[in-house]
Ligand binder design. Structure first.
Ligand SMILES: *Cc1c(COP(=O)(O)O)cnc(C)c1O
Length: 427
């Protein structure tokens, strides 16, 4: 097949109907699949033949959507999960178990931070959190003999730091472990981390990929580049026999291209069951069909609004990696030349009280715990998502009382600016 461009993959990637089949991706709303003989089904259970047997593991609708995301990222294999949380959990747990260690960027999404620092810690996996802006030497020092992976976000939610993917990939590879990148905010339309050395990409498809605030979901994509067998002793889960599969060795049977996703599917999805629904996968696919068109508009609106805010006397500061005075502007130009995302954070002069009354005055920009929606929304973290923290803890988390997180939607930017302007001027 000819190589098609990302915009075309968004529209036509994944599902390819054969003669007389539905043009739109069919929703295979079935838990199970019928076979003519026990022998045929036995081959599936032994992973000797490809096919479907139970939708907890795999479903054709979900697989077609995973395939589209895989093509967009330029990967070798992919799977959908029920949420972004389960995608990140599976991606890390597929490599690390009790007694192992993982290095993660300190500015990652709060939900992922809790997953790592609290829940996975209880499972016996230790994490070292390191600033994404750290020097190479500092990053090198974080590695231990039991380190199994490095993890970061292309654009961190909500800190909006931009990851130097090449720096992190270099450090991971020089210690014989893969780099996992959560590419949720950038999406493959704006950045393809595999081109810069990342080995595994994860997504919360709940955000821009769905794009309409309609479905929670996640995805894991493997680049197929990491050579597990070259680091056999580090990755026993992939390179030694799996007793729950009659002694199968994933890295030998499925190679660099297929081992990681096969293991995560037949072992982790089988046992933990964070299964996406075919209905949700169908809705996600509708979102993906316009991802390239929407991302451009989200970024255009956000850049314009960031510039407006930067010049407004009621605004103390603006954090948007697309702004020239952002400390991440150079990294953003390198890794995200088409734009970063629609998310901005900024401070309202007058602190916490001013930020809260500013938000009360907004009409088009609504208050929500969400980002990456077609509708512009905003959040005051200090009084909502982070309200259990005291002033000191808020400061350490980089959440000041004046901080407003704004997710720019797809509306006319002049309307959005007028709304922000009237709310700022009412203060
Ligand atoms: C939202 C988000 C997640 C968690 O995804 P869910 O779909 O809400 O489970 C993980 N990583 C990032 C960067 C996110 O923004």
């Amino acid at each position: 097949m000819q190589t098609i461009k990302p915009d075309t993959i968004c529209v036509q990637g994944g599902y390819v109907p054969q003669n007389g089949e539905p043009r739109q991706l069919p929703i295979i709303q079935s838990t199970t699949f019928k076979y003519d003989s026990n022998e045929a089904m036995g081959k599936l259970f032994n992973l000797e033949a490809e096919g479907y047997f139970y939708s907890r593991l795999q479903n054709p609708t979900c697989d077609n959507v995973a395939k589209k995301i895989c093509q967009l990222e330029g990967g070798s294999a992919a799977m959908l999960t029920a949420s972004g949380q389960s995608a990140n959990f599976f991606a890390v747990f597929n490599l690390a178990s009790a007694g192992d260690h993982v290095i993660a960027s300190s500015t990652i999404y709060g939900g992922t931070f809790n997953l790592f620092a609290v829940t996975m810690k209880k499972m016996g996996i230790e994490f070292t959190f390191i600033s994404p802006d750290c020097a190479k030497e500092e990053l090198e020092k974080a590695f231990r003999s039991n380190t199994k992976a490095v993890f970061g976000e292309t654009i961190a939610n909500p800190a909006l730091t931009v990851l130097d993917i090449e720096k992190f990939a270099w450090a991971a590879h020089s210690h014989g472990v893969p780099l996992i990148v959560d590419n949720t905010f950038a999406t493959p339309v704006n950045c393809r981390p595999f081109l810069w050395g990342a080995d595994i990409v994860t997504h919360s498809t709940t955000k821009y990929m769905d794009g309409h605030g309609a479905t929670v979901g996640g995805c894991i994509v493997d680049s197929g580049h990491f050579d597990w067998l070259a680091h056999r002793e580090k990755f026993p889960g992939l390179c030694t026999p799996d007793e729950s599969y009659h002694g199968l060795i994933y890295a030998e049977k499925f190679g660099k291209e297929g081992a990681f996703i096969t293991k995560a599917t037949v072992q982790l999805m089988r046992d933990l069951g964070a299964t996406p629904s075919p209905q949700n996968a169908y809705i996600l696919n509708l979102g993906l069909e316009s991802l390239h068109v929407r991302m451009a508009r989200h970024c255009e609106n956000a850049l314009c609004i960031a510039k407006f805010l930067e010049n407004h006397p009621q605004v103390g500061w603006v954090n948007y990696p697309g702004l020239e005075n952002s400390p991440y502007y150079q990294l953003a130009k390198k890794y995200l030349p088409k734009g970063t995302s629609g998310v901005i954070s900024f401070g309202v002069k007058g602190g916490r009280k001013a930020a809260e009354s500013f938000m009360q005055k907004l009409h088009l920009c609504t208050i929500e715990t969400h980002v990456a929606d077609s509708r512009t929304c905003c959040l005051h973290p200090a009084s909502t998502t982070h309200r259990q923290m005291n002033e000191e803890e808020l400061l350490a988390a980089g959440i000041s009382g004046d901080l407003v997180r704004l997710s720019c939607g797809l509306e006319d930017k002049e309307d959005l600016i007028a709304d922000l302007k009237q709310a700022l001027e009412s203060l």
